[in-house]
Design a protein around this ligand. Sequence first.
Ligand code: NDP
Length: 329
Amino acid sequence: SQQIHLASRPTGMPSQANFKTVDVTLPALQEGEVLVKNTWMSVDPYMRGRMIVSDSYIPPFQIDEVLEGGAIGEVIESMNAQFPVGAKVSNISGWRTTFISDGSDLTLLPAVGLPDQHFLGVIGMPGLTGWVGLFKVAQLKPTDTVFVSAASGAVGSVVCQIAKLHGCKVIGSVGSDEKADMVKAMGVDAVINYKKVDDLTQALRDAAPEGIDVYFENVGGAHLEAALNVMNPYGRIPVCGMIADYNAETPQPGPSNLLLINTKKLTLQGYIVMDYWDQYGEFVEQMGQWLKEGKVTSEETVYHGLDQAVDAFIGLFEGKNKGKMLVKI
Ligand code: NDP
């Protein structure tokens, strides 16, 4: 099996030097075990947090050990009747070509007739993250005006589309004109290329003169500051992530206008998708339907080969992806 190990803990933007490729010989299968060959793996922003030692909801990766993360694979040898040869499984043993499992960490892909890799994106963890943030955390209403940062990404593109389906007015923020075109094609009402505007608050006010009711927070920093300026009283901010801070070498100052949380009586609520897996069934049913009806589309950026996985991961912080960033192994 070929695996990517963490060689050292990154400071600032990760680089190739923080990772190394290792060849490992796997032992023979024991009774109850299967050999899985990964076909797709996910790279996700949260993995950056696991590369350092911090007080987090998930333990850090260990130096000189294989990384892990969401992946889709196929059983190629089996001594476990639950997972016969040919079965497709989602797993959390990404960053490696093959691995042995006793089945306890494998889930058979639901037979809903969708491409396998969608289970790492639109109908997988990022999709559930968007759905939960809007409906379970922000209690989205059809009359809401919604602002979404990192709007063209895995989570953001789902958020934009399902908020539109719910009847909301949606404004997205993205880092390139190409991404703006993609998000517009998904039906959002206005798109801001944050790299091209001098004053994000003004751009947001222009796009939403009526004010923002829900800010779907993916980015932090200047985006949060601008959103706070334009929020309506009693607005809700599901805090999904703050990618602008993930590679910061020193603690970043908060927005200068946090007092607005008080005066506008805002609700900011952080959440972690892992706490909502019990709702995955409900989500799959709904999202599967939307995908089949063409009401939600899946955008993906694919890097090819395990040796491209580190580039794909770093690319997340350079805005290289439209939609879900994936590695085809
Ligand atoms: P994306 O597919 O959105 O990829 C990351 C994107 O973020 C890039 O394409 C880039 O787009 C944007 N970005 C990167 N750096 C910056 C920056 N400095 N300022 C502004 N934008 C930046 O990733 P995901 O959809 O997987 O994740 C989106 C957010 O959701 C992240 O914050 C992530 O941590 C969070 N998340 C939270 C979960 C939870 O359980 N709470 C679960 C999953 C994700 P652009 O070109 O537009 O800048």
